[in-house]
Ligand binder design. Sequence first.
Ligand SMILES: [Zn+2]
Length: 298
Amino acid sequence: MARSDAGGGSPPVMLGMQMPDFDRWSSRVVTALGQNPSAFTGPGTNTYLVGTGEEKILIDTGDGRPDYLPVLESAMEFAGCSRLQEIVLTHGHPDHIGGVQSILDRMGPLRVRKMPNAAFDAPYDFAMEPLEDGCIIETEGATLRGIHTPGHAPDHLCFLLEEEGGVFTGDNVLGVGTTIIPAETGDLGDYLASLEKLLDLTPTKIFPAHGPLVEEGSAKVQEYLDHRLEREAQIVRALETGADQVPAMVKIIYAAYPESLYAAAGQSVTSHLLKLEREGRVARQPDPATESDRWQLV
Ligand SMILES: [Zn+2]
């Protein structure tokens, strides 16, 4: 899941952005687009064929729509890939894991690996092998190192491509806009710590799960950190000026954005408020009249 949400100027909205069905982004990386465009996924989920040999790793699988399989097969042919070595998932959101079963049905049994999460993994019948922070996944010409990066999702792994210093960032860093931190299952504090972890890797390229290749990886991660701090400052200012409920804050902070994004924006504002609450900087009181909370600075 993703959302276009960068500050300043006209909003860079990912919906409507055109991306090729498949493309080569490095000597080791070929993309295959998930064919699942939407307000949340932009042009759709980027899935990646990784390696230089005939057998390659597939990172992520889209959400399972039939149009993806012929695109994946064309991408494999384009990449010189006769079969998949295995499937590796960044996390268990449906637009990443949802295509696994149809790939297994089409191509036969394959190893599928991800960081386990009982709630996200429950709907799926195929076997999954566990990955953890620091895991190494190798194929001909490429070595991936898993980096546990919770915040957007508790089971989120980014993968450092050791030979190039590029990072597959999943939904943690996107090609355009910023990621959603779901108020229920996400955690903004964890997310910021995960961005710091990525910054420590000084990534060269970023291969995001949505949107185009990012050539200046470290600068992009820093931009994401700055963006969140700026958003937090905007929320504090909104509270200071008397907006004490999420919809009112969204109207002020996202004034330049289409209202169709306000529900997602509300999630983001709520995630910030929960983080500020944990830090003892804001407090809330339930408001029976509106059945939602009223927030104030402490
Ligand atoms: Zn996601």
